[in-house]
Design a protein around this ligand. Structure first.
Ligand SMILES: *[C@@H]1O[C@H](CO)[C@@H](O)[C@H](O)[C@H]1NC(C)=O
Ligand SMILES: *[C@@H]1O[C@H](CO)[C@@H](O)[C@H](O)[C@H]1NC(C)=O
Ligand SMILES: *[C@@H]1O[C@H](CO)[C@@H](O)[C@H](O)[C@H]1NC(C)=O
Ligand SMILES: *[C@@H]1O[C@H](CO)[C@@H](O)[C@H](O)[C@H]1NC(C)=O
Ligand SMILES: *[C@@H]1O[C@H](CO)[C@@H](O)[C@H](O)[C@H]1NC(C)=O
Ligand SMILES: *[C@@H]1O[C@H](CO)[C@@H](O)[C@H](O)[C@H]1NC(C)=O
Length: 648
């Protein structure tokens, strides 16, 4: 649909709407947003929340929100409850689902929310931790929270400037909710439910969905029978009793060519179906205008994570509006933009009760501490590791629940309790690789075969993340302390707290960050210098881990902070110039007591050196590394330490 047509539609739609708003005020309850929130500089009070300034208004009440399970990040009750600061247990009953059951994309979920009057507006507070570069108040309100909040409300209640959001910061997200007015209470209305409108919804359809009268819905939102409703503009549904699981009517048929013929005029039928498709033209104009307004594209950054609202086409298209653009995507239901196939991989996660974790870890006894904030726990005889993390770990949960790889530590469940997250992992009997390489215990030493197996396992895991998961992931924090060893010294990559997804076919999708975090010695130069995030940063870190395996030295060590010797630079000196073999022998870990095949050590060092090349484009891909290591690994299994080729 061309922009001009959209503008025309805007007029035909707006005029009756204005009239209707004036008309509806008499027995009105809350005003309808009518897309005003999409212009982030529009500061009408309704854009920030529903009003509670009348003296008769209740200061707080039980209310309900709806949310649609979307991308794999929010596809079960536990993650939705966390996002919306609700109670997962209550949600399981209301929705007749278990808390980890994967919910088909687009399914509306009922979310109980305590609603209270703050200043002159009702709100339910949620907290969101910024996850990705490029997130804005706009993307948080209309993409992550699907329109349950607005950019105005976020701007109003957070100190951060809209243009200065940093990954890791937490944002207060005021969610739209409301309590019944005295007039509504008089009609036995006990709760208001904030319903998220989806493409194809009609007011009468919504009323039917909740078994209430169309008139009560119209009144609650100051709408009339002729009003047009839009996605991202929540509708209040007045309820006389607790809501129950929403059961969508069998496949709502898409609006038949209604986009150009408004169904809102002419007919006198009270059962009129008002397709929101009618309003799409207007929505497009507003979304694009708002996008232009709210998106401060940070120079040189690829905005891949900044996705437009659920109803909009993918972000890359939306940010460059053109007359020829195909807006038909707007009519697709929300399932079209979330990954598919992917979800099948989700294995079930157990949601633990805090008491269970206390029991398993002896109330987090010092004696059960493995390291840092990781405790050993015994669950019905099985040992597991329990990691305590302050704040939101949904990122790590979301990655690990999708991944099923022998060499990636398995997350078996989690628990959210008093602001802390507790992650329960499979237990790795032999602890971390760094303890074996750099630990205090001189008896703890790894043989050549074990070392090569470990390198091979890690390469296998990273290759899986880079090339076999959709979307691919970058671990971003690979180091020997994040590699765990099981009873057979098979390696398991752990700690996905910083991992992030990349898209694009080649996966080279360049991302940038100002928030450079990592461990000295493992961080690739382009990441330290320019915040460049690509798969090649994992390759670099992997090269460093290989060098640790060869030399037993730490990634960075030195007398003082600014005179540190990095393994990644040391290897060039070893492999350059004359007497390379002698220098390599000097470099190798003495705890192997010369029991290694020098030729294979030489090949391995060569692979590692390519991985830590300064220029990221000179580094091999993980596939190449894995192939090289496969050969070295199989040659190593044939190698017999007694026939040590080192002996002259
Ligand atoms: C957004 O709102 C501001 C303030 O009300 C107004 O000046 C501006 O014209 C609006 N922008 C659009 C694109 O409607
Ligand atoms: C409440 O606030 C709205 C918007 O700010 C205003 O229009 C309305 O008159 C106020 N009502 C009362 C009773 O103060
Ligand atoms: C809840 O779901 C189960 C199966 O998933 C079904 O058998 C049961 O009837 C449902 N209960 C309600 C109240 O819908
Ligand atoms: C609402 O508040 C009550 C009491 O403070 C609490 O018991 C209940 O769990 C809260 N509900 C939600 C959904 O958080
Ligand atoms: C919600 O957040 C606001 C702003 O921080 C705060 O003043 C208010 O007390 C919070 N409401 C609840 C119910 O915690
Ligand atoms: C951006 O935020 C950071 C920390 O949140 C702050 O130190 C910095 O001064 C802010 N920059 C601007 C331009 O506001």
């Amino acid at each position: 649909m061309a922009a001009a047509e959209g503008t025309l539609l805007l007029l035909t739609v707006l005029i009756p709407l204005q009239v209707s708003i004036l008309f509806g005020v008499l027995h009105a309850q809350q005003e309808y947003l009518n897309n005003r929130q999409l212009n982030c500089s529009n500061s009408d009070s309704i854009t920030r929340g529903f009003a509670c300034n009348a003296t008769s208004d209740q200061p707080s009440c039980q209310s309900y929100l709806t949310f649609r399970s979307a991308d794999p990040s929010y596809a079960n009750l536990a993650t939705i409850a966390y996002l919306l600061n609700s109670d997962a247990v209550l949600m399981t009953t209301l929705n007749n689902l278990t808390d980890v059951q994967a919910i088909p994309a687009g399914t509306p979920i009922i979310v109980p929310a305590n609603c209270s009057c703050f200043g002159e507006l009702y709100q339910h507070n949620a907290t969101y931790i910024l996850k990705a570069v490029g997130e804005t108040y706009y993307s948080i309100a209309y993409y992550t929270y699907q329109g349950l909040s607005t950019c105005q409300a976020l701007q109003d209640q957070n100190l951060y400037k809209a243009t200065n959001l940093t990954v890791g910061e937490s944002v207060l997200v005021p969610l739209r909710c409301a309590c019944p007015t005295s007039a509504q209470s008089g009609e036995a209305i006990r709760y208001l439910l904030t319903y998220l409108v989806a493409s194809g919804d009609t007011l009468s359809g919504i009323a039917e969905l909740f078994g209430v009268t169309l008139q009560s819905v119209l009144d609650a939102n100051r709408l009339t029978i002729d009003s047009v409703i839009y996605p991202l503009n929540p509708i209040l549904v007045p309820l006389t009793k607790e809501p129950t699981k929403i059961i969508l009517p069998a496949t709502p048929s898409p609006p038949p060519s209604s986009a150009t013929s408004p169904a809102t005029t002419g007919s006198s039928s009270s059962k009129k179906w008002i397709f929101i498709g009618v309003g799409i033209g207007l929505a497009v104009v507003l979304i694009i205008a708002a996008a232009a307004f709210c998106y401060r594209t940070r120079k040189g950054r690829k905005m891949e994570e900044q996705v437009l609202p659920a109803s909009a086409p993918p972000p890359k298209k939306a940010s460059e509006p053109s007359a020829t653009e195909d807006h038909s995507a707007l009519l697709k239901d929300s399932s079209s933009w979330s990954g598919s196939g992917f979800r099948e991989a989700i294995h079930s996660l157990t949601i633990y009760k805090y008491e269970e974790l206390q029991r398993a870890t002896g109330s987090f006894a010092e004696g059960n501490k493995i390291r840092g904030s990781v405790y050993r726990g015994s669950f019905k005889g099985d040992t597991a590791a329990v990691k305590v993390v302050r704040g939101d770990v949904s990122g790590e949960i979301n990655i690990l629940k999708l991944i099923n790889h022998m060499n990636i530590v398995r997350l078996s469940g989690f628990c959210l309790y008093e602001g802390n997250s507790y992650l329960v992992y499979e237990y790795a009997e032999n602890g971390s690789l760094s303890d074996w390489l750099h630990g205090e215990d001189p008896q703890a030493t790894l043989s050549w075969k074990q070392r090569i197996q470990i390198a091979y396992n890690i390469a296998d895991a990273i290759n899986y993340l880079h090339n076999y998961v959709n979307p691919p992931y970058i671990h971003k924090n690979l180091k020997s302390s994040n590699v765990l060893l099981d009873a057979d010294f098979k390696a398991k990559v752990s700690n996905f707290g910083l991992a992030r997804s990349v898209d694009g076919e080649d996966g080279g999708g360049l991302q940038l960050t100002r928030h450079v975090i990592g461990t000295q010695g493992y961080m690739a130069p382009e990441y330290i210098e320019d915040g460049v995030i690509t798969k090649k940063m994992d390759i670099f870190a992997f090269g460093v881990v290989m060098l640790e395996l060869l030399s037993g030295r730490e990634a960075a060590r030195g007398q003082s902070k600014d005179r540190e010797e990095l393994l990644s630079t040391a290897i060039s000196r070893v492999l350059e110039g004359d007497n390379v073999r002698d220098k390599l022998r000097g470099f190798m870990d003495v705890s192997m007591r010369n029991e290694y095949p020098l030729d294979l050590a030489f090949s391995t060092a060569g692979v590692a050196r390519r991985c830590v090349e300064y220029d990221m484009n000179s580094r091999p891909s993980m596939e190449e590394v894995l192939m090289a290591l496969t050969k070295i690994f199989s040659s190593s299994t044939d190698w017999d330490p007694s026939s040590n080729e080192l002996s002259p």
